[in-house]
Structure formats: C-alpha cells, structure tokens
Design a protein around this ligand. Structure first.
Ligand SMILES: [Zn+2]
Length: 402
C-alpha cells in the first residue's frame, strides 16, 4: 500500500507533542500552541509539495500544484481544553498522508489538504470551515468571546491574523470533501468493527439558560420569601432531562455541561444561576420539539422559585446528510480492503457538516478505545488509524476513477 504507516504515525505523534498535556493535547483555537501547530502543519504541507498558507481565519490550507480539479481532505487541528490527541488532528494528518500517497502513485488525481480552525468552539464553533465556505460571519465574529472573556478579535490579533481572506471553497476545483475522524463513541469497538461509514451528522441546539432571583442572607431569609436562582436551576436540570427523554427520539441525547452561581458563597442565596443545555438529533422536527420542551420547563421552574428566566440560543446547527454516492464509495473501499464496516450516523458535529452544504461530502470513522474522547485518555490503535487512511485512499482513488 502507498500509505506509509511509519510516516503517518510519526507525523501524528509529532503534532501531538505541540501543546501536549499528560497523554493528551491542550490546543484551544488561536492559543500559542494552536498557532505553533498550524505553522508546523504548513511546513509539512510545503514538504509534501502543496502550496500552503494560513488564512485570515487561521485555517491551514494546502493546494496541490499543477492540478485544477482536486479532492479536498481535512479536519481541524484545534482541541477542546485538555483534550485528546486524535480528535481532528487524525483527520488532518490522514489527509496529508493520502495527499502524499496520491502524489507518489502518479496519475491525474490531486488532493488538497485543510486544517480548519476552532471546530471545537473556543470562540465560535466551525469558524474555520464556515469561513472557508464563504459564510458571512461578521456579526457572530464580532460577538464571539471565550469562556475566559477574551474576544475573538483580541485572540486573532494576538495570533497575528489580520483581515486576510479565508474563502477558498471552489466548486470548479474541489470535486468532493472527505474527512476521517475517530468515532468518539463506543459502538465500533463494542461491535468489533474496523470502519464506520458515516451516513449523516446529527444537528444540535445549545442554549444558555439564566435564572435571575435575589441574592440575600442564607441564614436570615425565610425559605418562603426567597427568590432562589440556584434552586430554580437545579430543579430545571433534573426536570429537563426527564422531559427530553420523554419527548425525544430513540437516539436523542442531551447534556447540561456547565453551571455557575452568583455570588457563589455558602451563606448567600444565589441571585443568579447560569447554565448551558444542549440537545442533539438527526431529525429537525425532534429538535424543534425539544426546544419548546426546554423553554416550558425553564418557565415552570422559574415560576416555582419566584425568579425570572432568560434563554439565549447560542448554537443551532441543522442535521447534515452525507452524499449517498460517496457513502457508497467509502463502503466499497472498505469491502475491497477487507475491512469490517457499518453504516452509522455521527452523534458529534464535524467540519464535514459545514462542507456538505457546498461540496459532495463523506466521512469515515475509526474505533475509539473505550469510546472515550474530549479527554486525555482518548486513543485508537495505530493499526486502526493506518487502516482508516488506507480505506480513505482507496475511496479517493475510486472517486477519481469515476
Ligand atoms: Zn473533531
């Protein structure tokens, strides 16, 4: 096989050393280590014979020379805080290795490679892929801040990025987009399957739910006279999980991933409680129904504890369907290489979700050990990563053959 396992895994480990934290990686978008990783990637793309640049959004984009019709392969190289070494990074390095293998095989196929910025939403989820596709992000970028209250503009200036253009998607050049990724769930490993052939990506809604009451002395204020924002938030957290389970579909998932009280002291009734609730599903109708469930539940809990509630939707991503003909190709590639495979939806968002709005798109998954991701324990067997690269190379070759 033209995929060279030592080169592939060597580059994977070299990238993981930039921003290493324990057995994982801490490389939030636009951080020093994130930008150092992007400079390193640009160098590797240059070495591979691609014209590589870091654009105004922070995407690293490598264009193969001497080709006017190409396949675009990539993923993201930013991580969640203190995350794993494979989420995103594997798809970028697999793309680079497939580009090198294709060049070494000769022929007329060309592969462009991309490492998108801020897929994980440190400032704005899918910032890089959306900018790459030419979406107008002006208002969202102006409003975007990190959890540490750094504005996106400040972070981009610190990263040395100016207003360079970031739009590169080109339907005349890019015939298709392919992305390899770790599954980030337990299904492939549990079923002993090598390759997940992704049929679609769930959509999601994220909302910030803010209960406002009155901060007061926790010893002298009678229970019946409190306006307890903390109690409202805790009641909401418990109730909304049950209500979502009752109103959702079989594969619906929900999460309350953050909660904060003000002033946050043992002897003060919380005057404010701020939490983030998220739902994901592949069906837009289910997502709309759950949005209503979240609002009704929040209003009921606010009323019970004499607070107000404000719900601000911070993310609304529609489900994405992968291109059926390309899904078939990925499956055929797995069959031809003797890899066991299954079709499956993706429960997590990916850059392919954005790209699929503009280009024929497909994704494949490799197994995650223990189903773990967004954590330093995230891992995949080397052999599974190499097999994923081989299947992707075969799929791209089949695509080029028409
Ligand atoms: Zn990812």
């Amino acid at each position: 096989m033209p995929i060279r396992p030592d080169r592939l895994m060597g580059d994977m480990r070299a990238l993981a050393a930039i921003g290493r934290f324990e057995t994982g990686v801490h490389r939030p978008a636009f951080s020093k280590d994130d930008m150092a990783a992007r400079q390193w990637l640009r160098g590797k793309m240059d070495e591979a014979g691609l014209d590589a640049t870091i654009d105004g959004a922070g995407n690293v984009y490598g264009r193969v020379r001497g080709r006017t019709r190409t396949v675009l392969i990539g993923s993201h190289s930013d991580t969640v805080p203190y995350g794993g070494w494979l989420d995103g990074a594997m798809g970028v390095i697999v793309g680079l290795e497939v580009a090198r293998a294709v060049a070494e095989m000769g022929g007329k196929l060309g592969v462009d490679v991309v490492a998108f910025q801020d897929e994980e939403g440190t400032f704005l989820p899918f910032l890089g892929s959306r900018a790459f596709c030419g979406e107008d992000l002006t208002a969202e970028m102006t409003a975007a801040t990190s959890r540490e209250h750094v504005t996106l503009a400040e972070a981009m200036t610190a990263a040395g990025l100016s207003g360079k253009p970031a739009k590169h998607v080109d339907t005349a050049r890019h015939a298709a987009y392919f992305e390899a990724h770790i599954e980030q769930g337990p299904r492939l490993e549990a079923e002993g399957i090598d390759i997940g052939v992704v049929t679609g990506i769930v959509g999601g809604k994220t909302a910030r739910v803010v209960f406002r009451g009155e901060a007061n002395h926790a010893g002298t204020t009678p229970m019946a006279m409190r306006r307890d924002a903390g109690a409202a938030a805790l009641a909401f957290g418990a109730a909304v999980r049950r209500h979502i389970a009752a109103a959702g579909a079989a594969d619906t998932v929900s999460n309350i991933g953050a909660i904060r009280f003000e002033p946050g002291a043992s002897n003060v009734v919380p005057g404010l409680a701020d939490m983030v609730v998220q739902v994901r599903d592949t069906d837009p109708a289910v997502l709309a129904r759950l949005d209503a469930v979240i609002r009704e539940t929040a209003q009921a809990c606010a009323a019970e504890f004499s607070t107000t509630v404000e719900i601000v939707q911070t993310q609304d991503t529609p489900p994405a369907i992968m291109t059926p003909a390309l899904v078939d190709l990925v499956e055929r590639a797995a069959v031809e290489l003797g890899a066991t495979h299954r079709r499956m939806p993706s429960g997590a968002g990916h850059d392919a979700m954005v790209l699929s709005r503009y280009l024929p798109s497909a994704m494949l998954f490799v197994p995650s050990i223990g189903g773990r991701s967004h954590h330093v324990s995230e891992n995949t067997a080397d052999a599974d990563i190499v097999r994923g690269a081989e299947v992707l190379l075969r799929a791209v070759t089949l695509f080029a053959a028409g």
